[in-house]
Design a protein. Structure first.
Length: 397
């Protein structure tokens, strides 16, 4: 059997939140584990510490490059979007997008890149013009996120014009690996697309053809048992063995300083992640470097926003979710459908969340029945192998 060639991957990863970074790192590690001497560059405006465990695993094959490669979305709170600031930020980013692309073009040529992956900045999709195989790996693209901010006012024309530039970049990608929980992806509705099954043996794309492939769920698996996780957080054995556990997971969320007494149902404790210290008995804070899937596995209910990382890990570990809606961020539609169809969840209104009226909803969430997922849970290992086989066959065309 002929050996697959080594690849030079450049993986462009949005710095908006940590969900893109964590799932992209999973895929990056599996690509390297299954590809001999291939190398991979992580290019992102997300901080390096998120990727550090992976960088330590492959010090001579996995590299990090900090770069301003997307505009993202301005979110004052984890569940709100500042519409005006987001449009201003996008406009500023696009004011010199040709120059930004030239910088990336020089980098891609300097490392002799053979494949560009995008989750999900639009700028790098132009790499196809260099003859580089270009693949979007995501459940959404930012053009649709921006279009979702249209509000039937004077700002709408700016949003549409700016989004069209993003669509033009995205439309140069030849392959969309569409993750579960997806929403509409405008750049793959142009009429020259072909939907190919993930399990199909067809991997050789014809010239001018663009593929859409729906993938298994990428999610991070827990590494440690509940007992180990709780003891590391300083929770006494007599407490965690006789209590239900709520995981409160919000990146960078600030909550009220007072009134926490009595917020939990009787017999419950809470592990907090991303909100700082809560100096009330029964609350235990997990550090920034905590491995979140272990916290999910240790919990009975997860409270947070509907982000890909939280949703995928709740489904992967069969945990019910109590979610705070973020109506302005249209990705939520796909992720809510995913959670309702493949997991279990109920909504906690923002007013109840902010006023700490949680008790009743926590108890309702804890009684939700477990739904066995019908989607494939093979995750990033199977996607990595698919990509490598695809690239090998494309090279032999």
């Amino acid at each position: 059997m002929e050996q697959m060639k080594d690849e030079i991957f450049c993986f462009y990863i949005s710095g908006h939140g940590f969900g893109h970074a964590t799932r992209a790192l999973q895929l990056a590690l599996d690509l390297l584990s299954n590809s001999g001497k291939s190398q991979l560059y992580l290019i992102s405006n997300a901080p390096q510490f998120i990727f550090q465990d992976g960088l330590n695993l492959f010090p001579s094959r996995l590299f990090y490059k900090h770069s301003n490669i997307d505009a993202g979305v301005v979110q004052p709170l984890a569940y709100t979007v500042d519409r005006n600031a987001t449009v201003q930020q996008l406009s500023s980013f696009l004011s010199n997008h040709e120059e930004k692309w030239k910088e990336q073009e020089s980098f891609l040529k300097s490392v002799k890149a053979t494949c560009v992956l995008a989750d999900a900045p639009f700028l790098p999709c132009k790499a196809s013009e260099l003859g580089i195989e270009t693949i979007i790996v995501s459940n959404f693209t930012f053009d649709e996120i921006y279009l979702g901010l249209c509000g039937k006012d004077s700002l709408d024309s700016d949003i549409r014009n700016l989004s069209q530039i993003a669509i033009q970049y995205y439309s140069q990608a030849s392959l969309l690996l569409r993750l579960p929980g997806s929403i509409r992806i405008p750049s793959f509705e142009l009429g020259n697309e072909k939907v190919v099954s993930f399990t199909s043996q067809e991997r050789r794309r014809t010239n001018g053809e663009r593929w859409i492939v729906d993938t298994p769920l990428i999610f991070r698996k827990s590494r440690s048992p509940k007992e180990f996780t709780c003891e590391n957080l300083g929770i006494p054995e007599s407490v965690y063995k006789n209590s239900k556990i709520l995981l409160l997971s919000f990146g960078g969320q600030s909550l009220v300083k007072e009134g926490w007494e009595g917020v939990l149902p009787e017999g419950w404790i809470c592990i907090t992640c991303g909100i700082g210290e809560v100096n009330v008995p029964g609350f235990y804070s997990a550090g920034r470097d905590s491995y979140v899937p272990d916290l999910v596995e240790a919990s009975d209910v997860v409270m947070g926003k509907l982000g890909y990382g939280t949703v995928s890990e709740c489904i992967g570990h069969s945990k019910p979710m109590l979610y705070v809606p973020r109506a302005q961020f249209i990705e939520e539609v796909g992720l809510r459908n995913l959670m309702e169809n493949q997991g279990s969840c109920i909504e906690l209104p923002i007013a109840h969340f902010e006023s700490l009226q949680w008790k009743e909803s926590i108890l309702k969430a804890s009684l939700l029945s477990y739904r066995k997922p019908t989607i494939s849970m093979q995750g990033s290992p199977s996607i990595a192998k698919w990509i490598l086989k695809y690239l090998d066959l494309q090279a032999r065309r």
